[in-house]
Design a protein around this ligand. Structure first.
Ligand code: SAH
Length: 508
């Protein structure tokens, strides 16, 4: 039998976009991923169907899988003929035990390759606003483990204290006090700047700065623990100017996204690029109504219709699936006018080769009616493939003018499995905003919380995508703190940015 291959891949320091193209390519095609805590979970969303995930990191309270067992696991999976990605935080060879895994694979005759990654010791500092070298500041840098194999072993503080280069300690938080004391005792200036970068490059990154003489106290005060980088050197001062990450407008803001899992990518990416922390807790699940004989019938008779109205991206997706299922393509719709409720729906049509004829000004059913009512006559026939949970308004009103065929192509259900995650998040984390992109997401959240827990979101800024969603929020006793001016995801983000601007002005 063919023997597989193992790739030791550096995942980068955290922000999942910092993985290399080569690393991502391998993750996309491998059969097994073996990963631990310090490799970003988002990378795992890229694997092919059926890929096996094996977590070998520390679970709270439990021990990490022993290195020997990990080595054996890699060999075992390769011998099953699998392509294995061993994903490691940062760079596989920077205190990552990549060398040991490679040696073991070599000894066992297993083919392997190593893909370097951005180490936290350099990339993590960068996101903390600290360049590891800077002309005129230092001529070297030194990456040091703060955690020795044997407790009796000792770092050579006599020599470390003499170095002028930037010192970066990894795995050093338990020994921080000792590291500072020894550096001072061995002659390093007590005023040498020090920075601690916690969860570097992640949306919850936290940095504190001080001097060798007081950083331990600062760390205690801010309760900062592992994983953190300890940076000692003059370059820390440059943070004041080079700290681009924390200057992003949503840095430090925790924003709950309640959209269904299949639709949260756009809003999540926008928040991440603005430096915020998107916390995706879908409050609803979308269930396709499929197979769908009613839809099939409508598609077979599609040339009898003069308009199709799409009121969501999902409505487009399922309709097109039906068209494909009947072995038709978009040419079949050649004589039909197509209406899209908003920009996202229009975009998803465009991806499938259809340019919407009508997109109303405001992205709501009332505006679709306004646009259509002036151009329809009684001979028109309209097809509306949409959610079973939709309001009856549009179908009712248009039916007064001409024949309307509504077909339910999906429905939404509250995502009950996320109840505990939502409650835990609200109870344990400081949340700045919670976003609602439809009435269903509001109902979903109310369902998950239960009436008794509604107070948990009373103090959080609640953001609505538009007036219909706002009405539903009011109906359930929730305040609408912000409402998007344009009824789409960009509108939501814009309203949050405006709110942040206002509170920054206020705090000045
Ligand atoms: N191979 C990894 C390092 C593994 S050792 C790399 O190249 O980055 C693990 C230590 O790295 C942690 O204890 C911590 O000190 C540091 N570390 C890794 N990722 C980090 C992050 N995102 N933020 C802060 N420290 C990090």
């Amino acid at each position: 039998m063919k023997i597989g291959k193992v790739y030791l891949v550096g995942a980068g320091p955290g922000d999942y976009k910092l993985v290399t193209l080569k690393g991502l390519e391998l993750v996309k095609k491998c059969d097994v991923v073996v990963y631990d805590r310090l490799s970003s979970p988002e990378i795992l969303n890229n694997t092919k169907d059926g890929c096996e995930f094996i977590y070998v990191g520390k679970k709270s309270g439990n021990h990490t899988m022993k290195q020997y067992d990990i080595n054996k696991l890699l060999v075992e999976k390769a011998k099953e003929g699998k392509e294995v990605v061993r994903l490691k935080g940062g760079d596989p060879y920077v205190f990552g035990r990549g060398g040991e895994e490679g040696e073991y694979l070599f000894n066992e005759g297993i083919d392997f390759e190593v893909v370097p990654g951005i180490t936290s010791a350099i990339g993590g500092l960068c996101y903390g606003g600290i360049p590891i070298t800077n002309r005129g500041y230092n001529t070297s840098f030194h990456i040091i483990t703060g955690h020795l194999k044997d407790e009796k072993d000792e770092l050579d503080f006599t020599n470390l204290a003499k170095l002028d280069g930037t010192l970066v300690f990894l795995m050093g938080m338990k020994n921080l006090e000792r590291i500072c004391e020894e550096l001072i005792k061995n002659g390093k200036n007590i005023d040498t700047p020090v920075a601690i970068i916690h969860w570097a490059t992640y949306p919850n990154q936290q940095v504190i700065t001080g001097k060798l003489s007081n950083i331990t106290e600062e760390v205690k005060k801010h309760k900062i623990t592992s994983p953190s980088l300890i940076v000692v050197g003059e370059v820390v001062k440059l943070r004041e100017k080079l700290n681009f990450q924390e200057r992003k407008p949503l840095f430090g803001k925790n924003i709950i996204i309640t959209r269904p899992e299949t639709q949260e990518e756009g809003i999540t990416n926008s928040i991440l690029s603005l430096g915020g922390n998107p916390i995706s807790i879908p409050s609803i699940e979308i269930k396709d109504i499929w197979p769908n004989s009613e839809l099939m019938e409508a598609i077979d008779d599609i040339t009898e219709y003069s308009y199709i109205v799409f009121t969501s991206v999902n409505g487009v997706k399922i309709f097109m699936k039906g068209l494909d299922y009947r072995s038709y393509d978009v040419r079949k719709l050649g004589n039909i006018k197509v209406v899209a409720i908003g920009s996202a729906t229009a975009d998803s049509l465009k991806e499938r080769g259809i340019i919407a004829d009508i997109i109303p000004k405001r992205y709501i059913a009332e505006d679709i009616y306004d646009e259509l009512s002036s151009i329809l006559d009684k001979n028109d026939r309209i097809l509306i493939p949409r959610s079973k949970n939709a309001r009856s308004y549009l179908v009712d009103e248009l039916s007064n003018i001409c024949e309307v065929k509504e077909i339910h192509t999906y429905y939404t259900e509250s995502a009950k499995n996320n109840k505990d995650i939502l409650l835990n998040t609200l109870n344990n984390q400081e949340i700045d905003y919670i976003t609602f992109t439809s009435s269903s997401t509001v109902k979903g959240v109310i369902d998950l919380l239960g009436k008794d827990n509604i107070d948990l979101i009373k103090v959080i800024n609640k953001v609505s995508i538009g007036p219909i969603t706002s009405d539903t929020m009011n109906k359930y006793g929730l305040n609408v703190d912000l409402e998007a001016e344009k009824y789409n995801v960009e509108g939501i983000i814009k309203s949050i940015l405006l709110e942040e601007d206002k509170s920054n002005e206020f705090n000045k």
